[in-house]
Design a protein around this ligand. Structure first.
Ligand code: RFL
Length: 398
């Protein structure tokens, strides 16, 4: 039997993604002891390119907590998106619609790097290459997380609460007994080849190409790197997509012949992402609280995942602080009920976006009908100011 060293903390946070790191920083600022365990290395989490579009609420939370120096300095304002269809291009300057909110473009890996540095600067306890391997005592007032560190040693961290911020495939979800929470889920049946290109953005706006060959997307990241997406068949091998094939498909679907050429560059990353969503209800079990992708996975169609993670981390930090500092149990009791309506709003909008951007292939009766609906949806968005305001509110809001 391996020897297990016993340790204690107040809140054990599993996972150093946006959810875990925002929570850790907010708790540390409130003087609440927490320990973050992260199975990957620091280099890995600080280089993992994913999201880039930060909602106004995310910027507000980070600014209020003094965590926004990097994003305020290097982030870029983004307020327009464009749709390219067979009938031309239309732009939505969403920064002037709805509530007038805009995105800040700042790569997730840069935000993670800032959050790691801020937590360590405060003297925070953050253990990389340390995986949570078991969670126990969730129904007691002393839940514990057993971890295995880089030296192979086992440590059992017991505390008052556990925050599961370890993403969709983490251990926190699996620690919840079957039947204790309900899991809603949907496979949208669509896959994207997610690409990072070593090239500046090709146009100022986010662009969504709606094309008979499938969807294509263009999103800024940094001055030298741009994210693109190509709808692809489920199970496609990313290696089968050569740089040439990628640029040809992007050019065709984003209609470069009509709207101007794309800035090409080497493809730095290509991976197939299956569009799926799920929501756990409640996002709590005993003294375990789920945050971010661990609570609800959302398809990247509307860039909501990281923003939901930050929203939930803020609510959980405030609720834990109210209890541990002031003895008020009510916000923590409400955590799940407070988050779920916002999660479902984001899910609803992301689902609507999926239907806006993808028409089914083929000449079958249903496919033809659904493509006509897609066209009607795009026309409504192009022509109705009310629809545009609603879109803007949901596109940037959380
Ligand atoms: P993360 O970022 O996955 O972090 C979870 C962390 O937990 C660690 N972990 C463990 N650590 C210890 N022990 C264990 N047993 C562990 N198991 C797991 C993992 O190593 C990891 O470090 O979850 P978090 O913090 O909830 O954050 C969620 C966001 O990362 C995610 O929602 C977004 O990236 C989604 N997303 C986007 N969201 C946006 O808001 N805007 C976007 O523009 C956007 N673009 C994207 C995206 C996701 C994408 N992919 C890869 C699905 C683009 C893409 C391509």
């Amino acid at each position: 039997m391996d020897r297990v060293t016993e340790e204690s903390t107040t809140v054990t946070i599993i996972g150093a993604g946006p959810a875990g790191l925002v929570l850790a920083n907010l708790l540390a600022a409130a003087g609440i002891a927490c320990t973050v365990v992260e199975r990957s290395s620091r280099v890995h989490v600080e280089q993992r390119a994913r999201a880039g579009f930060l909602a106004a609420n995310t910027v507000r939370v980070l600014t209020g907590a003094g965590l926004a120096d990097g994003l305020l300095k290097h982030g870029r304002r983004h307020d327009t998106c464009a749709f390219r269809t067979a009938s031309g291009e239309f732009e939505l300057a969403y920064g002037g619609l709805g509530r007038g909110e805009v995105h800040t473009v700042y790569p997730q890996q840069d935000l993670v790097r800032d959050l790691v540095a801020a937590f360590l600067d405060r003297g925070g306890d953050l253990r990389f290459e340390t995986a949570a391997v078991a969670v126990d005592g969730l129904g007691t007032d002393r839940p514990a997380v057993t971890t295995r560190g880089p030296d192979g040693a086992l440590r059992r961290l017991s505390g008052r609460f556990v925050a599961g911020c370890d993403g969709r495939h983490g251990i926190a979800r699996t620690a919840v007994p079957a039947g204790a929470v309900r899991r809603y889920r949907r496979d949208h049946g669509v896959s994207w080849l997610a690409l990072l290109a070593a090239a500046p953005q090709s146009m100022a706006a986010v662009a969504y190409g709606v094309h008979p060959d499938g969807f294509a997307g263009h999103m800024a990241r940094t001055p030298d790197v741009t994210r693109y997406y190509l709808q692809c068949p489920r199970g496609d091998d990313p290696a089968a997509w050569t740089d040439d094939r990628i640029w040809t498909a992007l050019g065709a679907r984003l209609r470069a012949d009509r709207h101007g050429p794309l800035h090409r560059g080497a493809i730095l990353e290509r991976r197939v992402v299956d569009m799926g969503s799920d929501v756990l209800d409640p996002i709590q079990y005993g003294r375990l609280f789920l945050v971010g992708d661990a609570a609800s996975l959302i398809s990247p169609s509307a860039a909501k995942g990281a923003n939901l993670a930050v929203m939930e981390a803020e609510l959980l930090a405030a609720a834990l602080t109210a209890l541990l500092d002031g003895g008020d149990e009510r916000p923590l009791a409400r955590y799940s009920a407070d988050c779920l309506p916002r999660i479902w709003r984001a899910q609803e909008f992301s689902h609507w976006m999926i239907n806006l951007l993808h028409g089914p292939a083929g000449d079958g009766e249903e496919a033809v009908f659904l493509r006509a609906l897609q066209q009607a949806r795009l026309e409504s968005l192009q022509t109705s100011r009310r629809h545009q305001d609603h879109f803007a509110e949901n596109y940037v809001g959380i």
